[in-house]
Design a protein around this ligand. Structure first.
Ligand code: ZN
Length: 1102
């Protein structure tokens, strides 16, 4: 357990492999190894630094309190999963049936590919030039003073650009002035609430009144009148070019890798049956827990506390994460909401303590879960500011009160970072304006948290420079009046989108280009995925985001690479086979990516015939690497999206991999191996792709080990997505098939942004140093996102470089510049404002336990790869120990016995334990390597709300659903059952329980389940009649059925992916998976929640 953890993960220090994403530090390239990035002067608290503490050892605690696990060989011995022939499949045949491979590699002359349907010699169409697809009006020049032109789009063309991040503007920012107008010095007219709420959905504001705003001198084109309209996603039709001055690109290498390992076999949980027999009553009194004391009374109470004992904010929270923040409940006598940063410092434990700081003895208070999903805390800001603040769905900080100094942050022992969901599907205001107002010094976009010194000057809230208000900005399109710059939509909306003028473009905006790369080996055909894919694309082909310029192309591969000439004028698609996979070339480069509108019929023909084309193939080899190289060549000139479907370990040519998973070693190995990639081929190719604005999305459908740790790099560094369907089979696994279909539909039709970059800025004094997610860091703080999708999350870590003494608030701004599928260059800007506090209590009071957990999960993934899984696990445990120790020692004024936590962190130990039991980090023998690696990807890439479901699933009782407290959405009644603790204690044989674990849901039916539920919801006459593999709720015309289906589909609608539903009986094969999520219970390799608390207490009191 080294203590170098974070630094190495940050790209410096000792780590060679970086974990996911750009957890890299570009600066490292300019620094000697070992120099911490940006934190040299003050070592930041690194919660992931493992202490040399004994990890909790389940063996110490002989019998868990909650779940007596009979020790016995059957617990440790997991039967191998049925029907999982790992690895090598028998050679099926040698000859590919569809084509005689051409083994001799063509000479240096013009090479040829074989065309199956006799190729009618089509003269190659004129080469596509970089501009030929640009159909919009000529980019109009606009001579506004700007920062240096960005050139993030085409690095090749823009080689000389340098990565000067944030050019210092003329005139140093007045550092002595701070962000908020001090009373007396400046008029306070910052952002008074607008007369009426700005409505993002209202139709476009009309043209300005008769007197148009004065045009800035020098504007040569005809800038459109300022106009604001609102669009859900999407795009207007006028093509305008892209790029952000914001985005000087840097050429910095960003390493990173994820890791994971461990197959998954169902474990035997028969012991739960024993437990279940007595589940109706509380556990027998006086059970002992090893050398720990017997359970305190509070722990034997399995009943939830009456709602009245819950925090009002939690009671009020009946909405899942999609809701906005619940207003924080101030104690009546507490600081008024109108004070800036109400000081909670002088709290005493007797009175006036904010609810967030209510002391909770975790060993005594058992029922800590709120009845509904945990809401995000609301920062302590004035109502005016809070009303304008960014939604926590988009932007969250681990600490909603920012510590004044790094040393204060270090004391709190909590990680400081941001979690973002920047491209979330939102209804947001869109501004078309020839002038995008930004700080001349730091390039921050004007936002609700700047201050206006007077009508003509505004002060930047990030660097404090005073800027002029441009003439055009004086006109307010909302009120259609002049002289109210503070009422402009840019200053009234923390989330806003601009249609960017031409200086934000380095080249004409690219068209939407989609290339599909399909595995057609024998293995692939066996799974049956190809017909599902083809049908899905046929069904959705008109819904692909794009415009008249949209292009598509297809490549299939097994041991050879097959291209498809779809050029207009052909009577049928023409397949061209390239068998020289060592030196891949494009047979007819100009006719492989075709205009979708012009060639739609040929494309449809191809999709209809593809599944049959390879029906009888015997080719078992997979030259994935060469196929990817070919696809890269094809997409390089334009950029675009590459969708790769792979069903096996690539075993031929470049990028070939070997199996690294040995199930037999899972039990014996001390740590999980092979979490990092076996080759850098996929990462290098991903970086090439990133440089050409190509993102690669990977769909992995396989029953076998595919080395996702290596393959996944292709998506991770190119800002792609990874989808994984273990054990996919069109007949044997209907649940996976449905999931794949639903996911595909979403994937094909969801919004997409091309050639994107994102920069995150924060108030001077704060510094961002580590990034998590799928992307490549181009310069110190510029994330390169060849594609951006609405389902991607990001996280960053921060440190406090300079004391924030004089500041009452700080701000964070994420700017995402992208090209819409309609060819518009757009900039989406989110700005969040948070208070600064000076006392440790206030820091604790503002902790956002879910954000902290989400960030720690990202950090732990990095740590697992750069160091080891056990190291990461220790570090997570220590994060809980350290923060609670610090709270006890420094923030509590009255000491009392027990394991104490502030109410806002009361779920922290539970979430940490949940992480330790999560697929990504758990020990034991049941986790397959690819599934572990996939879970790690998910933790880093999922927006927080979905990551939390993976970490701590929600459990509901379904057999007694009622309409009490139900939501009513579109005239549908959605029951809102209470969220239950994840413990078998909460189950009952008479009931039916739904577990929502994010990507998967289980509906567990108790052995003695009420007849009513069986017949009215499942449509069966008895428990025994529940089918073994049921994954659909029958549509019965009963109130019970409607309620149940309404709840399940509503839960599904909350997320962008489709969770499969497994309806399982008590003896189902899947029951172990269900039981593994019972986080509060003891398992063969992990502590129960109560044991874990005792472990924490022991460490804290050391
Ligand atoms: Zn500034």
């Amino acid at each position: 357990m080294s203590t170098a953890g974070f630094n190495s993960q940050n790209g410096t220090g000792t780590g060679q492999t970086y974990t996911n994403g750009p957890s890299q530090n570009p600066v490292a390239l300019q620094q000697p190894p070992g120099v911490g990035y940006g934190m040299n002067h003050q070592p930041a608290y690194n919660p992931m630094q493992a202490k040399v503490l004994g990890p909790p050892n389940p063996a110490l605690y002989a019998s868990g309190p909650h779940q007596p696990v009979p020790p016995g060989p059957q617990l440790g011995s997991y039967p191998p999963p049925p029907a999982q022939p790992l690895l090598t499949r028998p050679q099926i045949g040698v000859l590919p049936s569809h084509t005689p491979p051409q083994s001799a590699s063509p000479g240096p002359g013009p090479r040829q590919a074989q065309a199956t349907p006799p190729a009618q010699a089509t003269p190659p169409p004129p080469a596509v030039t970089s501009t030929s697809y640009y159909t919009g009006p000529p980019a109009w020049q606009y001579a506004a003073p700007r920062g240096p032109a960005p050139n993030h789009v085409n690095p090749a063309a823009a080689a000389p650009s340098h990565s000067s991040a944030q050019p210092p503007g003329p005139g140093a920012p007045p550092t002595s002035i701070h962000g908020y107008p001090q009373p007396g010095t400046a008029p306070p007219p910052m952002n008074p609430p607008p007369p009426h709420t700005y409505q993002p959905n209202r139709p476009a504001y009309g043209p300005p009144p008769t007197a148009p705003p004065a045009r800035p001198p020098g504007a040569t084109g005809t800038p459109p009148p300022p106009k604001v309209d609102a669009q859900c996603w999407g795009a207007a039709s006028s093509a305008r070019p892209p790029t952000e001055p914001d985005t000087q690109e840097g050429d910095v290498e960003c390493p990173g890798d994820v890791a994971g390992n461990g197959p998954q076999a169902p474990n035997s949980y028969n012991h739960v049956d024993n437990r279940m027999a007595g589940a109706a009553q509380p556990g027998p009194p006086g059970r002992h827990l090893g050398h720990y004391p017997s359970l305190p009374p509070g722990y034997q109470n399995t009943l939830a506390p009456p709602p009245s004992s819950l925090h009002p904010a939690l009671q009020a929270a009946t909405q899942p994460y999609t809701q906005g923040p619940q207003p924080y409940q101030q104690q009546p006598g507490g600081p008024g909401p109108d004070q800036l940063s109400p000081s909670m410092a002088a709290m005493s434990l007797q009175s006036g303590t904010p609810e967030a700081l209510r002391v909770v003895n975790l060993l005594q208070e058992r029922n800590l879960l709120p009845p509904a999903p945990v809401p995000a805390p609301t920062p302590c800001l004035t109502q005016d500011l809070q009303k304008l603040n960014c939604s926590p769905e988009v932007f969250r900080c681990t600490l909603t009160s920012i510590p004044q100094t790094q040393s204060l942050l270090n004391k709190a022992k909590l990680p400081l970072g941001l979690l973002l969901h920047p491209f979330k599907d939102l209804s947001l205001p869109v501004v078309t304006s020839s002038t995008i107002v930004r700080c001349r010094s730091c390039r921050t976009y004007i936002n609700p948290f700047v201050s206006f010194l007077d009508q003509r000057r505004w002060k930047c809230n990030l660097c404090y420079r005073v800027n002029d208000v441009p003439e055009e900005f004086m006109y307010n399109p909302v009120s259609r009046s002049y002289g109210e710059p503070h009422k402009r939509p840019e200053v009234q909306n923390a989330t806003i989108e601009f249609i960017a003028p031409s200086e934000y473009m380095l080249r004409p905006p690219q068209p939407a280009v989609y290339l599909f790369v399909l595995d057609v080996s024998h293995n692939a055909v066996e799974t049956g995925y190809l017909s599902v894919f083809c049908q899905s694309l046929l069904d959705n082909i008109n819904a692909l985001p794009g415009d008249s310029r949209t292009k598509v192309g297809f490549i299939t591969f097994d041991s050879t690479i097959h291209f498809y000439n779809l050029q207009e004028g052909l009577s049928q698609p023409q397949m061209l086979i390239v068998s020289d996979i060592e030196d891949i070339f494009l047979p007819t480069p100009d006719s492989l990516l075709v205009n979708l509108n012009e060639c739609k019929e040929l494309v449809q023909d191809l999709l209809k015939s593809l599944p049959n084309l390879f029906e009888k193939t015997m080719e078992t080899q997979s030259a994935l690497g060469s196929a990817l190289q070919a696809a890269f060549k094809l997409l390089s000139p334009t950029g675009g999206r590459m969708s790769v479907f792979q069903t096996q370990l690539p075993n031929l040519g470049v990028g070939a991999l070997q199996s690294r998973e040995d199930p037999n070693q899972r039990a014996s190995a001390k740590d999980v191996q092979h979490l990092s990639p076996a080759t850098d081929f996929y990462k290098k190719l991903a970086l090439d792709c990133s440089g050409q604005q190509v993102a690669v999305d990977l769909f992995l459908l396989s029953a076998q080990y595919c080395d996702l740790a290596s393959l996944g790099c292709i998506s991770r560094f190119s800002a792609g997505s990874v989808y994984y369907y273990p054990s996919y089979h069109h007949q044997h696994n209907p649940a996976q098939v449905e999931r794949f279909q639903r996911d595909l539909k979403r994937y094909l039709t969801r919004k997409i942004g091309f050639e994107a970059v994102m920069r995150i800025r924060c108030t001077k004094g704060l510094s961002i140093h580590t990034f998590h997610g799928n992307f490549f860091v181009r310069s110190t703080d510029l994330l390169s996102l060849p594609n951006v999708n609405p389902d991607a999350g990001f996280a960053v870590q921060m440190s406090i470089e300079e004391n924030l003494d004089d500041m009452q608030v700080v701000s964070f701004q994420a700017a995402l510049l992208y090209t819409s599928s309609k060819g518009e260059r757009r900039i989406r800007v989110h700005t969040m404002c948070l208070p600064v506090v000076s006392s440790l209590s206030d820091v604790f009071a503002g902790a956002d336990v879910q954000a902290v957990t989400g960030l720690l999960a990202c950090m732990a993934v990095d740590r697992s790869v750069t160091s080891s899984l056990s190291d990461a696990r220790d570090a997570m445990t220590n994060a809980a120990i350290d923060s609670l120790s610090s709270y006890r020692q420094s923030a509590l004024t009255i000491q009392q016995p027990g394991l104490l936590a502030p109410a806002c962190l009361r779920l922290f130990p539970l979430y940490i334990l949940a992480l330790l039991k999560q697929k990504a980090f758990r020990t034991g023998t049941s986790t397959r390597l690819d599934e572990r690696v996939f879970a790690m990807y998910q933790l880093k890439y999922q927006p927080l709300a979905f990551a939390m479901l993976m970490i701590h699933p929600a459990l509901y009782r379904l057999d007694d659903l009622s309409d009490e407290g139900a939501l009513n959405i579109n005239e549908r009644t959605i029951p809102q059952p209470r969220v239950l603790q994840l413990s078998v204690e909460k189950l009952s044989r008479e009931g039916a329980f739904l577990m929502d674990a994010g990507l998967v849901m289980y509906l567990w039916i108790g052995r003695n389940c009420h007849q009513n539920f069986l017949s009215q919801v499942l449509g069966v006459s008895s428990y025994a009649a529940v089918p073994e593999k049921l994954c659909l709720l029958p549509e019965l015309d009963t109130a019970e059925s409607q309620r149940t289906r309404a709840l399940v589909s509503w839960l599904r609608d909350q997320r962008p992916f489709f969770p499969s539903l497994h309806i399982i009986r008590d003896e189902s094969q899947l029951k172990p998976h269900f039981m593994q999520n019972m986080i509060e219970d003891r398992t063969e390799s992990a502590l129960s929640y109560y044991e874990f608390l005792l472990h924490l207490q022991q460490q804290i009191s050391k």
